[in-house]
Design a protein around this ligand. Structure first.
Ligand code: 6GU
Length: 230
């Protein structure tokens, strides 16, 4: 899996994903990550990439041309490297998109290349979105200042589904949301912490009983916290 992020803040994306499991997956080449600065594709001498909205209104709108040129430079490279004429999927991060979930992550994880387009200001000129975007995605019903954090959330989620990124067996890929249930609680040493004991059954060595307890806890937790999943 190779991720290509079109953004005005490339260092935010690169710095944010270069730690822990995802950072190691990039270092080992299991996933690829590049951030392309849309401003590098401005064609005016001030490197300006936004302008006032036609029809008036608050804020600035990102112009079509630099976004299109940034997309084109990535799409051309992808077609050479992947030896394909197939158009890559382009995810536009917007609060007006479909809300991201694990099922969408599993679907996107099948692609060889994914392009993420991050907007800022009041959005991007609709014409370039019509030309290049294949998926409009939001990460939830609240408003952020830009698409970089949502792109990072999606890249993290998709990366852990890529073969070899998690060292655990296959089941680790699913965890919460496997069968639409929340995970059971976990404990480690010591057996007692500030008067609170680890549930007895987990020390019993009875694997059938342990599995049964975890199943019950998982169901109880889902009922309490996410009854909408049941
Ligand atoms: Cl994808 N972008 C922005 N700007 N805000 C959001 C979002 C995306 N998803 C939730 N809020």
């Amino acid at each position: 899996m190779r991720f290509h992020v079109l953004t005005l803040f490339p260092e935010m994306v690169l710095d944010g994903l270069n730690t822990s499991i995802i950072g190691r997956a990039i270092q080992s080449g299991k996933i690829g990550l590049e951030a392309v600065n849309i401003r590098d594709f401005a064609t005016n001498k001030h490197m300006k990439v936004d302008d006032y909205p036609y029809g008036g209104g608050a804020g600035m709108v990102m112009q079509a041309e630099p976004v299109y040129l940034a997309y084109q430079s990535v799409a051309e490279r992808i077609s050479v490297i992947a030896e394909t004429s197939k158009k890559p999927r382009v995810v536009y991060l917007t609060p007006q998109g479909s809300v991201f979930n694990q099922r969408m992550a599993e679907d996107l994880s099948k692609e060889e290349d994914l392009i993420f387009l991050c907007g800022h200001y009041e959005g991007i000129d609709e014409r370039v979105l019509e030309m290049i975007v294949t998926d409009h995605v939001s990460i939830g019903d609240y408003v952020l200042t830009g698409g970089e954090l949502p792109a990072m959330v999606m890249i993290d989620t998709i990366s852990r589904l890529v073969e070899g990124v998690l060292h655990n067996d296959d089941s680790a890929r699913y965890e919460s949301f496997a069968e639409n249930r929340l995970e059971y609680p976990q404990y480690t040493r010591p057996e007692e912490f500030m008067g609170r004991k680890v549930p007895e059954v987990l020390l019993s060595g009875n694997h059938a009983k342990i599995a049964e307890w975890r199943e019950e806890e998982s169901l109880k937790r889902t009922r309490e916290r996410r009854p909408d999943l049941l």
